[in-house]
Write a protein that binds this ligand. Structure first.
Ligand code: SAM
Length: 336
């Protein structure tokens, strides 16, 4: 979901469900990994097809309650693990015929509605933002990080033009008071010279803090690498993203592993490296007008996928180098 405001919709919608099912084809059976189980929208649909098995992951312990209900109906075909998807290579998957690994990034309607999670700037919740299995909260970050570090978080993860003033005013305010959600929104409002009447002033800073607290960039990068490893030949690796930085990472990873690159530009005959994936569609799949009108937060969803060409496990990728500066910003959290 894109907005950090509690949406007006009243229930959870699995985004792009029809399109994803058509791409991963569970009607032929096989094992699927649902890396972001949430309310189980994708897992339930896959289990409707006979001869399928679902291994579902979610970092939020709350998801386990829904998973336990599903387990009652599909005892032999459904497994849930409360782990982060960056750890998916630690699951014992050698004998599994993994036909699809699917990610639906971000948070669900239920999570943004939960004041304990503190994801929303228009709730009275505390400044938390932990989705689960975290080491620190947004409260820790806002009250303990240095001014320059906060500025970089807002700028790189939120694309916030006034990151510098917001960071400066946070440092001033925190010497007098503990900063909670309400105070943070007031600081952002006060700091922003250019008002945007379409989007709430606090949207970008809240998105940036959520990415930082949950290490979403490192999670995505290691999630993609490990998903590529465990998938079997012919299997689909698919990701639904909700903001441009996530989409940039997924697009780069898929493109770099599915394009023939010349090994050396100085060699007389350009040698071609073997590609590992097939990229069938360069453009992402986006929700229909009908889906957007039923579920407005789906408007920023983009689904990209690739198909694995052979049964490899280890492979070379420069994705970590490409996005190292973002991961280094996330590592500011190590000292919290
Ligand atoms: C948009 S929701 C998924 C909704 C789901 N597709 C459905 O139909 O119900 C995203 C879910 O991913 C989980 N999540 C986010 N980052 C994660 C990570 N790094 N590892 C595991 N789960 C994660 C969140 O806790 C949330 O439940």
């Amino acid at each position: 979901m894109d907005a950090t405001i509690v949406p007006k919709i009243q229930k959870h919608y699995p985004v792009l469900l029809k399109e994803i099912i058509s791409v991963i084809s569970p009607r032929h059976g096989g094992t699927f990994i649902d890396c972001t189980f949430g309310q189980g929208g994708y897992s339930k649909k896959i289990l409707d097809f006979e001869n399928t098995k679902v291994i579902a992951l979610d970092r939020d312990k709350e998801s386990e309650k829904i998973a336990n209900q599903l387990k009652q109906n599909f005892e032999d075909r459904f497994i849930f693990k409360n782990i982060k998807f960056s750890q998916l290579n630690n699951l014992k998957l050698k004998n599994e015929n993994i036909k699809g690994v699917i990610f639906d990034l971000g948070y669900s309607y239920t999570q943004i509605k939960d004041p304990q999670k503190g994801l929303s700037f228009d709730s009275d919740g505390n400044l938390n933002m932990q989705l689960g299995l975290n080491s620190y909260s947004a409260q820790d970050a806002i009250n303990k990080l240095e001014e320059k570090e906060l500025e970089k978080i807002f700028k790189f993860f939120g694309d916030e033009n006034e990151a510098k003033y917001i960071a400066r005013n946070i440092i001033k305010e925190r010497s007098k008071n503990i900063i909670d959600t309400k105070v943070l929104v007031e600081i952002i409002d006060k700091s922003k010279k250019r008002k945007n009447f379409k989007v709430h002033n606090a949207t970008k800073v809240f998105q940036a803090l959520r990415i930082f607290v949950n290490k979403e960039i490192s999670e995505l990068i290691f999630g993609l690498i490990n998903a590529a490893k465990v998938l079997k030949k012919g299997g689909v690796l698919g990701v639904v993203t909700f903001h441009s930085l996530e989409d940039k990472i997924v697009k780069y990873f898929f493109k770099s592993l599915s394009e023939n690159k010349s090994i050396s530009r100085y060699s007389p005959v350009a040698k071609q490296a073997e590609t590992l994936f097939n990229l069938i569609q360069k453009k992402p799949i986006t929700p229909s007008d009908e889906e957007v009108s039923e579920n407005p937060p789906s408007r920023s969803a983009k689904f990209r996928y690739v198909i694995k060409k052979s049964d490899f496990y280890n492979f070379d990728t420069d994705i970590e180098e490409q996005f190292r500066n973002y991961m280094e910003i996330e590592n500011y959290g190590d000292k919290l």
